[in-house]
Design a protein around this ligand. Sequence first.
Ligand code: FAD
Ligand code: NAD
Length: 425
Amino acid sequence: MRIIIIGAGPGGYETAAEAAAKGIEVLLVSDGPLGGTCLNEGCIPTKTFCAMDRPDQARKREVIAQLQAGISQLLKNPLITVLQGRAQLGKGTSVIVGETLYEADAVIIATGSVSASLPIPGAELAIDSSAMLELDTVPQRLCVIGGGVIGLEFASVFRKFGSEVTVLEFCPGILPRFDVDLAKRLKASLAKRGIKIETSARVTAIEENAGVRTVRWTKGDKEFSADADCVLMAVGRRPNISSLDLGAAGIEYGPRGIVVDDNMQTNVPGIYAIGDIIGGMMLAHVASAHGHRALCHLCGEQDATDLSLVPAAVFTVPEAATVGLTEEQCEGRDVAIGKSSYRANGKSVASGEPDGYCKVIADKDGGRILGAHILGAHASDLIHEAAVLIALSATVQQASSIIHAHPTVSEVLRDALRDAAHRCA
Ligand code: FAD
Ligand code: NAD
């Protein structure tokens, strides 16, 4: 079998490597560097910034180069050809790059997403996350439009670098898709670190005068403004479909992205779409999981991955992480909610990171774990224990009887599981 994959982000390159391991011949076409958004302008450079005291572009480039070399190595397989160029869909399962038509048994589209902006006067005065990652100086005043994942990660890191930060969020709370309780606590923690967060704020315009940018917004019927040296636009991302000529290929798509079925197949047989390009949860690990699902379908294999169970983390200080159902999603269901505090956790107090909490949601009848939400140091690592428990349909009674080493931060999750177990039955 021979396939063409368009895009070399975590969706594209991981799928290429997996396909080759299955004996499939792969043409991987990308118009950008290996690693896509994730490695070059997303997950990795932002987390490199998180580990710095000031922006250090040389260190950022070093980290990217090191990981890119790893991807090149992964793709060093006689079955994989990497082609630099912009791909456009042809007829059936063919792809055009430049003047050349390439044919295959199947095509996987993994062209990712690009930053969205607001249709407001002066929107061009704001910069996006990619441009923020190119800064080597620290703006004295940073105004962030959007209190979602990108907005908050940059707010947190630039606060650490010394900026005065204001975040303007349209919804009544930050991180609108997260558990409300967790989001409220994160907002309070960020405010304690000096980050000003305005919610229910509708940004109306950005103006510039003598190098100073003024962001105007309304809250109810009142008008406000904030002066800034740098404005970050972080109001979401949209699917990167413009170069593909989807209409000519007859592929169905909407504002959220390309429409696919449960096997990631589009309405055109043999053409699949994975990752950010289909909208939904725009996360690197989701893109890779989509690729695995598409490959399983192509090979006639069953994929056991539950694509609805996705751990996610926000790399603010403190970190926030989530998996499974939120309390709001459990409305109308009889649930037991267990909580624990980092303040009661020996390792956290000893390490000087005592801020945070953990919340576990379980079915009151039977105790099956439905969701977990963690705010605090190492939340992004701890969340995976909860993901495993949920995936294996464990109950809070079973999970809380598993011994956890002492003193470790993982005891925070164990304590929340115990608390939920007490509240069941
Ligand atoms: P992408 O990584 O976007 O890759 C798409 C590729 O397609 C690119 O290489 C591009 O050059 C190529 N391409 C596009 N059009 C064409 C064409 N016509 N022909 C050929 N090639 C083409 N996710 C996380 O899970 N954790 C995080 O911590 C995280 N942090 C992030 C921070 C930021 C600032 C941003 C912007 C995103 C972050 N994300 C994070 C999201 C993550 O980067 C994306 O979900 C992920 O990269 C999507 O992978 P993908 O393979 O779908 O697409
Ligand atoms: P997002 O959807 O997470 O947040 C956008 C925010 O902007 C929302 O809170 C929304 O209410 C707000 N908003 C929309 N219009 C607005 C307006 N007019 N004024 C003020 N606020 C407005 O999107 P994002 O933060 O841009 O991130 C894009 C994607 O990248 C997300 O899907 C995210 O999952 C992914 N990402 C993930 C990570 C991670 O996993 N740690 C990090 C960064 C990005």
